[in-house]
Structure formats: structure tokens, C-alpha cells
Write a protein that binds this ligand. Structure first.
Ligand SMILES: *[C@@H]1O[C@H](CO)[C@@H](O)[C@H](O)[C@H]1NC(C)=O
Ligand SMILES: *[C@@H]1O[C@H](CO)[C@@H](O)[C@H](O)[C@H]1NC(C)=O
Ligand SMILES: *[C@@H]1O[C@H](CO)[C@@H](O)[C@H](O)[C@H]1NC(C)=O
Ligand SMILES: *[C@@H]1O[C@H](CO)[C@@H](O)[C@H](O)[C@H]1NC(C)=O
Ligand SMILES: *[C@@H]1O[C@H](CO)[C@@H](O)[C@H](O)[C@H]1NC(C)=O
Ligand SMILES: *[C@@H]1O[C@H](CO)[C@@H](O)[C@H](O)[C@H]1NC(C)=O
Ligand SMILES: *[C@@H]1O[C@H](CO)[C@@H](O)[C@H](O)[C@H]1NC(C)=O
Ligand SMILES: *[C@@H]1O[C@H](CO)[C@@H](O)[C@H](O)[C@H]1NC(C)=O
Ligand SMILES: *[C@@H]1O[C@H](CO)[C@@H](O)[C@H](O)[C@H]1NC(C)=O
Ligand SMILES: *[C@@H]1O[C@H](CO)[C@@H](O)[C@H](O)[C@H]1NC(C)=O
Ligand SMILES: *[C@@H]1O[C@H](CO)[C@@H](O)[C@H](O)[C@H]1NC(C)=O
Ligand SMILES: *[C@@H]1O[C@H](CO)[C@@H](O)[C@H](O)[C@H]1NC(C)=O
Length: 422
């Protein structure tokens, strides 16, 4: 008992090191009856202005310490909708407001409030404001008297920020004080080929939900083509690349840390994201199990952009819990504004010690896409070096041919001269 306990603590400590996102449970009550209950894992990607006249993007996850704000939260009255507000840190908050039409209920909007004075999260912020961003059209809905359940990550854009929910279970307008045993499984989970063919509703049981196996095939990944469109349907970010994840994680079945290479399959991967003036985001989601988030930042002073952040959320079968790995101070894929960045050779982008990304035949353009096509490319050094090799070899061969020719001509002249003397 003691051993298994310390073992569990070890796993938790290990995942805490990786940045594993914990599900936090919230409850909103009206007197003795519960109207909203939610188990949420969430991570936030927030872009803010810094004092050096540029922008920074940070990745934050909803901490364990988040708690319901009982003053703002409410079960709703005649004129107001039910509202769950979770607060954390010095003045940060996540709000979900609900609405219903009698047969379905849905999340009407998601609100994120963040306090830029919190220098532990927002170093160098040039303002100390408390910023509030709201998103409508959330796409989280379920039949009334059932629990909404979604393992797949769901990303919602709110202004310069984005919220990614994963492993979410919630209910509003609850008939009892506990989550209803009947579940409405989200479309993303239903679409998964590995999920049992569930009708829209299944019954909960004590057994943990099975997650799809980690897609395994190594070898070179296929090149995928991805894009992001802005609100009026214009393509604003273009990417073409083969991607391979190199992840080290603890495998409970093997009772050890293993390293795995996982390719993203373009035909199972969908893309979304957002485009801003100085920050652009590409979110790739493979089935319900893998979400990879790229943040590109533009330095307006130098008119150059770079890949500044990568976040991975993965929920594979042989992992004790969904994990995330994130780094928002990267400096890869540097290109000039108005041009694309290209690297045909394999590149390794180290994100954290336990996760790196291998890219193959890559071309991206995160800003100023004008015609649905890549602009002229800035090529990576490796490609330029590889271009040099045939040139050097060619030059060397040409030199050799020249030397042989000269030697032959000199030799012929000499031997010719030799004949004349006879
Ligand atoms: C809540 O429950 C307690 C005991 O179960 C009861 O005494 C109290 O009246 C209830 N309050 C409301 C508002 O129903
Ligand atoms: C950064 O500053 C610009 C210009 O003042 C402003 O439009 C923008 O909203 C700011 N961004 C954030 C995230 O505060
Ligand atoms: C913060 O930075 C933005 C853009 O870099 C600028 O427009 C804004 O005026 C700055 N705000 C303050 C309070 O300095
Ligand atoms: C900040 O950037 C803007 C536009 O890029 C520029 O006009 C302004 O002079 C810069 N301010 C400072 C203090 O560098
Ligand atoms: C979001 O929901 C809250 C709570 O219902 C509401 O007060 C607020 O006006 C809503 N915001 C928008 C933009 O719809
Ligand atoms: C924002 O953070 C600062 C410093 O941590 C704190 O003094 C302030 O009260 C916070 N604002 C709110 C609205 O909580
Ligand atoms: C509630 O909305 C759904 C989807 O928009 C619709 O199919 C359903 O008929 C509506 N129910 C009622 C009672 O209006
Ligand atoms: C939901 O459950 C409550 C209590 O069990 C019941 O009164 C209500 O009619 C149910 N609503 C629907 C739409 O089934
Ligand atoms: C809509 O598209 C045009 C180009 O077709 C672009 O200039 C404009 O900024 C876009 N508007 C928005 C809101 O993205
Ligand atoms: C896992 O391995 C460790 C040592 O490597 C061992 O002490 C422990 O008993 C193993 N746990 C299980 C559940 O097999
Ligand atoms: C995806 O592509 C691979 C290789 O081209 C193929 O084997 C696989 O069947 C495809 N899967 C789907 C769902 O189309
Ligand atoms: C932007 O570019 C300028 C000029 O190259 C550089 O001095 C500055 O440090 C850069 N800003 C950031 C945030 O990297």
C-alpha cells in the first residue's frame, strides 16, 4: 500500500516536471443544490506587449489552486445566465457562461481575465492592466440532463489569447447534485476511429476511459499542407511540413521511462489557429490524442519573424495521464517579413529535454500571406550548405577535367616535338 502510494507520488512528481496539466473540479451551488459542476484541464496561450516595444507569448496552465469565485459565479436568475468563474493567482480568472433552449445546453461564452502585473507569468509587460477577453461561438454543447464529456483538446481563440481545454467533463442545469450518469460525448471524440462506436450517449462507469494508442509508425513522416484563415476567410498563414515527435514519457505498463518517435499523419491532422499583427498561431490536432501548437512572433523593429513557442498536449494510451510540454521562449525558423522560411533538410527543434520535434521538407509563412501561395523563401543554412556540395563537387570535377586536358595537350605537344627531332 505504502509502496504503491509513493509510486503514485513519483508519477505525479514526474508529470509535474513535464508540465502535466491536472484536471481541476469546480462546483457552483445555489443553497444546497448544485447547478454547475465541471472537471477542467486547461492551458492558456497569451500574447502581451512588452516594455521593449515588442510582444511576448506565454503558455500557462490552469493550476490546481484555482477555485470557484462564489461572488461572481451564479446559477442564473430570470435575466442572467448561469456562470462559473474560477479564479487563480493574483487576479486571473476563467469564466464559462451557459445557456439552454430546453433540450440542449451550451457554453455561451468563455471569458479569460489576466493580470499583467503578475511578473512571474508576464515578465517585462509594459502595462499593469487587468485584461479581459471574451469568446463567443464556443462549440461546447450537450443534451440537457446529461454530462458533456470531451477528451479531445478543444482550442478557443479569444483576442490575443487562446484557451485549450482537454479531458473535460461538465454539466449545467443539473437535475441532481452529481454529474448525470448519461454522457454526451463531443463530436471530436466520436469521430475518433479508435473510440468504441458510441451512440451520442453512453453510460459512465468506474473504469477509466480508454484512450487511443500512440500512433507508432516511425520512418520519415509524410509532408502535410496546413493553413489558417482569418475571420473573412482569407488565408493568413501557410505551412507545409513533415513532423515527427520525439517524446520521453513514463510508461506504466513497462514501468519505466521510454522514448518514442511519433509521426503526424497529414490525413488525420486538422489545422486551426489565429493570425495577429505581431503574433500568429498554428494549431495541429491529430485525432483526439495529439495537439501541437506553434506560435510565431514578429519583431516589428527588425521586420523579422521567428517560431517562438511550441506546445504539445498528448493523450496516448500508454501514458499515465495526458501530458503537456511547452516552451515559449524559442528562437527557430527565422525569416524576413514578406518572405517564407524553407528548410528541406531534417531539422531538430528542441522544446524541452523530454520533447523535441523533427521537421522534414518544411516551408512556413506566418505573416503577410497575400495570394494563398508562399512568397519567396529564406532558406536554412543546412539547405544552403547542401546546395553548395554539388557546386563544390562540380567545380572540383571541372577543375580536374581542365588539368587532365592541359596535361594531355602539353603531353601531345611534347611528343609531337619529339617526333620532329627524329
Ligand atoms: C440545506 O441543507 C440543510 C441540512 O441538510 C438544511 O438544514 C437547510 O435548510 C438546507 N438549506 C436550503 C437553503 O435548502
Ligand atoms: C499592444 O499594443 C497595441 C498598440 O497599443 C494594442 O493595440 C494591443 O491591443 C496591445 N496588445 C495587447 C495584448 O495588449
Ligand atoms: C505598450 O506597448 C505598445 C506597443 O508596443 C504601445 O502601443 C503602448 O503604448 C505601450 N503602453 C504603455 C503603457 O507603455
Ligand atoms: C515602437 O514601435 C513603433 C512601431 O513599430 C514605433 O513607431 C515607435 O517609435 C517605437 N517606440 C519606441 C519607444 O521604440
Ligand atoms: C458572457 O457571459 C457573461 C455571463 O453570462 C455575461 O455577463 C457577458 O455579458 C457575456 N459576454 C458576452 C460578450 O456575451
Ligand atoms: C494584480 O496583481 C498585482 C500584483 O500581483 C496585485 O497587487 C493586484 O491586486 C492584482 N489585481 C487584481 C485585480 O487582483
Ligand atoms: C434547441 O436547439 C437545437 C439545436 O439548435 C434544436 O435542434 C432544438 O430543436 C432546440 N430545442 C428547442 C426546444 O427549441
Ligand atoms: C431533466 O431531469 C429533471 C429531473 O429529473 C426533469 O424534471 C426534467 O424533465 C428533465 N428534462 C428533460 C429535458 O429531460
Ligand atoms: C479581409 O481580407 C482583406 C484582403 O482580402 C484584408 O485586407 C482584410 O484585413 C481582411 N479583414 C479581416 C478582418 O481580416
Ligand atoms: C517499477 O520498477 C521499480 C524499479 O525499477 C520497482 O521498484 C517497482 O516495484 C516497479 N513497480 C511495478 C508496479 O512493477
Ligand atoms: C492516411 O494515409 C496513409 C498513407 O498514405 C494511409 O495508409 C491511411 O490509410 C490513410 N488514412 C486515412 C484515414 O485516410
Ligand atoms: C527586435 O529586433 C531588434 C533589431 O534586430 C533587436 O534589437 C531586438 O532585441 C529585437 N526584439 C526582440 C524582442 O527580440
Amino acid at each position: 500500500m505504502k509502496l504503491s502510494h509513493s509510486f503514485a507520488v513519483l508519477i505525479i512528481a514526474w508529470f509535474a516536471g513535464l508540465g502535466y496539466i491536472q484536471a481541476v473540479t469546480f462546483e457552483v451551488k445555489d443553497g444546497n443544490s448544485t447547478c454547475i459542476k465541471a472537471e477542467i484541464s486547461a492551458s492558456f496561450s497569451i500574447t502581451y506587449n512588452t516594455s521593449s516595444n515588442s510582444t511576448s507569448t506565454v503558455e500557462v496552465s490552469l493550476p490546481d489552486s484555482a477555485a470557484v469565485d462564489t461572488d461572481s459565479s451564479s446559477c442564473g436568475a430570470d435575466s442572467s445566465m448561469p456562470w462559473l468563474v474560477a479564479v487563480f493567482g493574483p487576479g486571473h480568472a476563467l469564466g464559462l457562461s451557459f445557456s439552454t433552449n430546453g433540450s440542449l445546453y451550451s457554453v455561451a461564452n468563455v471569458t479569460l481575465q489576466y493580470n499583467l502585473s503578475d511578473t512571474s507569468i508576464f515578465p517585462e509587460a509594459n502595462s499593469s492592466d487587468v485584461v479581459t477577453v471574451v469568446s463567443s461561438s464556443v462549440g461546447i454543447w450537450a443534451t440537457i440532463n446529461t454530462t458533456y464529456h470531451c477528451v479531445s483538446p478543444t482550442t478557443i481563440a479569444l483576442g490575443g489569447a487562446a484557451v485549450t481545454f482537454s479531458s473535460m467533463r461538465l454539466e449545467a442545469y443539473m437535475p441532481g447534485n452529481d454529474l448525470s450518469p448519461t454522457e454526451s460525448v463531443c463530436l471530436a471524440d466520436q469521430a475518433s476511429t479508435t473510440a468504441p462506436p458510441t451512440p451520442a450517449m453512453t453510460t459512465t462507469s468506474a473504469t477509466p476511459t480508454t484512450t487511443p494508442p500512440a500512433p507508432t509508425p516511425p520512418g520519415k513522416p509524410e509532408q502535410g499542407t496546413y493553413s489558417v484563415s482569418n475571420s473573412n476567410g482569407t488565408v493568413c498563414l501557410l505551412a507545409q511540413m513533415g513532423l515527427q515527435l520525439n517524446v520521453s514519457f513514463f510508461s506504466p505498463s513497462q514501468n519505466k521511462t521510454i522514448q518514442e518517435l511519433v509521426n503526424l499523419s497529414p490525413n488525420l491532422t486538422s489545422s486551426s489557429g489565429s493570425c495577429g499583427a505581431s503574433s500568429a498561431m498554428l494549431v495541429l490536432t491529430q485525432e483526439r490524442s495529439t495537439t501541437l501548437n506553434f506560435t510565431f512572433t514578429l519583431n516589428t523593429t527588425s521586420s523579422r519573424y521567428h517560431l517562438s513557442g511550441i506546445t504539445l498536449l498528448a493523450n496516448w494510451s500508454d501514458v499515465a495521464a495526458p501530458f503537456s510540454a511547452s516552451n515559449s521562449s524559442l528562437d527557430y525558423l527565422r525569416g524576413a517579413l514578406g518572405r517564407s522560411y524553407m528548410c528541406s533538410a531534417e531539422q531538430t527543434l528542441v522544446v524541452v529535454p523530454t520533447f523535441s520535434l523533427h521537421t522534414f521538407r518544411l516551408q512556413v509563412q506566418p505573416f503577410q500571406v497575400s495570394t494563398d501561395q508562399f512568397a519567396a523563401a529564406d532558406e536554412c543554412q543546412v539547405d544552403q550548405d547542401q546546395m553548395l556540395i554539388p557546386i563544390i563537387v562540380g567545380a572540383a570535377l571541372a577543375g580536374l577535367v581542365l588539368i587532365v586536358l592541359i596535361a594531355y595537350l602539353i603531353g601531345r605537344k611534347r611528343s609531337h616535338a619529339g617526333y620532329q627531332t627524329i
